[in-house]
Design a protein around this ligand. Structure first.
Ligand code: NI
Ligand code: MN
Length: 224
């Protein structure tokens, strides 16, 4: 069984034979469902360099020995600015790390420290214990999402931003569901702050029969 715990905003813990954190932004996250010191991980996946995605990755990696997986340029940026962490820099494509199949996939978004560009934005497709999980990162919808399903599907669960302003809103995310055809979908990256207000029930209505929509409150777990 794989358990997906929503930690608030775009942060998730994927727990099976390995424990994987994705975008562990907790300190300063008004939705945070855990403190960084409460979390353990084997791998920490970072989708891009914005602070609400790198979050507490460095602190957790330093304490637990978890490896940080990120785009090559983001990984180098983290190593240059932090002691005592191990990173694995990659780029769009498939790899296997400690027995976990990971595909870094494109995302239409920026990636920077707030000023200077650092690599490109990404999402991840993770295959763990026979389950396939897609974390879209921050992105707009794009038709190549259909390729993700064709190449790596069926996708058991898609974690999709719906907050608008910086990413897809409910309408765009519902189109993403059409392209990805996941069994389950969890909305994320909404209602953390006023600019990304969105109604997850509107998203559920727009998805209709396209997938099972699980609206997780921070701290809730979806079992696959
Ligand atoms: Ni971002
Ligand atoms: Mn973001």
């Amino acid at each position: 069984m794989v358990q997906i715990r929503f930690l608030g905003h775009a942060a998730f813990e994927v727990a099976g034979s390995k424990k994987i954190l994705i975008d562990p932004f907790l300190t300063g996250n008004p939705q945070a469902a855990a403190k960084p010191e409460e979390l353990n991980a084997d791998l920490i996946l970072v989708t891009h360099a914005h602070g609400d995605h790198i979050g507490d990755a460095v602190e957790i990696a330093r304490r637990t020995g978890a490896k940080i997986v990120a785009m090559f340029d983001v990984a180098n940026y983290l190593v240059e600015n932090s002691e005592g962490i191990t990173t694995i820099g990659m780029n769009y494509g498939p790899t296997e790390i400690d027995g976990v199949r990971i595909v870094q996939v494109p995302a239409w978004h920026s990636s920077s420290d707030g000023k200077y560009s650092i690599g490109n934005a990404s999402g991840y497709i993770v295959k763990l214990d026979g389950k396939t999980i897609y974390h879209a990162g921050d992105t707009f919808v794009f038709s190549d999402m259909a390729l993700f399903r064709e190449l790596y599907g069926p996708i058991d669960v898609a974690l999709l931003p719906i907050g608008g302003h910086f990413t897809m809103g409910p309408r765009e995310a519902a189109k993403a569901v059409e392209l990805l055809k996941p069994g389950k979908v969890v909305p994320m990256h909404y209602n953390t702050w006023p600019p990304i207000s969105a109604d997850p029930e509107e998203f559920r209505r727009l998805v209709g029969d396209g997938a099972e929509v699980y609206i997780l409150k921070p701290g809730e777990v979806l079992e696959l």
